[in-house]
Ligand binder design. Sequence first.
Ligand SMILES: *[C@@H]1O[C@H](CO)[C@@H](O)[C@H](O)[C@H]1NC(C)=O
Ligand SMILES: *[C@@H]1O[C@H](CO)[C@@H](O)[C@H](O)[C@H]1NC(C)=O
Ligand SMILES: *[C@@H]1O[C@H](CO)[C@@H](O)[C@H](O)[C@H]1NC(C)=O
Length: 347
Amino acid sequence: MKWLSLLPLAGLAHAGLRFGCSTVSLQRLDPLVEPGQIPSAHVHQIVGGNAFNASMEGDIGEKGTCTTCAYTEDFSNYWTATMYFRHENGSYKRVPQYPNAQLGTEGQDAPDINAGMTIYYTQKDFYDNGEDYITAFQPGFRMTVGSPTIDTLEQAQAQPGLRYTCLQTILTRGYETPDFPKEPCPAGIMAIYHFPACWDGKNLDSPDHQSHMYSTTKGAFQEAGPCPASHPVRVPQLAYETMWNTAVFKDMWPKDGSQPFVWSYNDDKGYGTHADYVFGWQGDSLQRAMNSSCFFHACGSPGVQGILKTQTVEEMNKCSVQNTVEEDTEGWLMELPGQKMAMRFTA
Ligand SMILES: *[C@@H]1O[C@H](CO)[C@@H](O)[C@H](O)[C@H]1NC(C)=O
Ligand SMILES: *[C@@H]1O[C@H](CO)[C@@H](O)[C@H](O)[C@H]1NC(C)=O
Ligand SMILES: *[C@@H]1O[C@H](CO)[C@@H](O)[C@H](O)[C@H]1NC(C)=O
């Protein structure tokens, strides 16, 4: 009589969220992989709630007082490494980020989202909500995807959720590569992270921050495969997109033709791309959204309420976290912060 249990789901359509968050912090902290360590090994760019700190734990949805995300009940933290440009003379400069298209407030004088990321909680694919029941993450839930220790093309190819797009325009999609684009990209580089969406149903975290989850993602917002018996609970398909304005360095491309971009953990191939997530939606807000049938803008967009409460871009941009690590991450640097290494070039 298995079909009986499927009946209540017939005809349901659940939500898909796509929204912008501005930068809340940019510093060397990693409360997930290196809790309590000040500073952490490499620089991160972080978006989301202001409860972010080196040793945060528990239900951060109840601890934050503001968030840089469009949805005011989302105090989660989302972070990745930062990208640097390496000049031929051996100096580094951080690559600025810019916000994705169609996320901000409409209108000529409306301010832009300050850098940050595009966040997705989808169910099926880029175009459709799907009809599966999606279980929201629980307070205290955290996970990572990818690893800075990955250093071969084969390993990078084996993770279809972690890719780069060389942007011809802000709207270029497809053409994904597992490594940094080798040519200059006219509108910058988009880094893409699709997290695993199958949960073991028990553990909020695991020692490697990954084994409580299982990935059946095929990447590129294609519909994922079914969850295995070991990780039977379907959670939202979380994805990040970060837009790096590498084009500002187009006049400084190395004469030998080599690609000059490097992640803050000193990876110039891009194989070790990785991202971190700490859940922090207040109360049952994420489950409420997942149970609804809204899709992208219809769930609410900056200043326009939908099923979720929203704030304006001005309000998003006002929220920030004070740096606890005092060091220069901007300007021309002699080395990547925290990455002591032999100089590759002699000036
Ligand atoms: C960091 O956040 C935790 C709660 O997640 C809090 O208990 C702790 O006091 C905070 N630490 C600092 C240094 O603010
Ligand atoms: C490298 O070049 C940049 C851009 O011209 C310059 O600002 C920086 O000071 C140079 N670094 C060194 C070590 O010469
Ligand atoms: C979501 O839907 C499930 C199944 O219908 C229901 O049990 C749950 O109470 C709903 N949660 C919210 C927050 O709407």
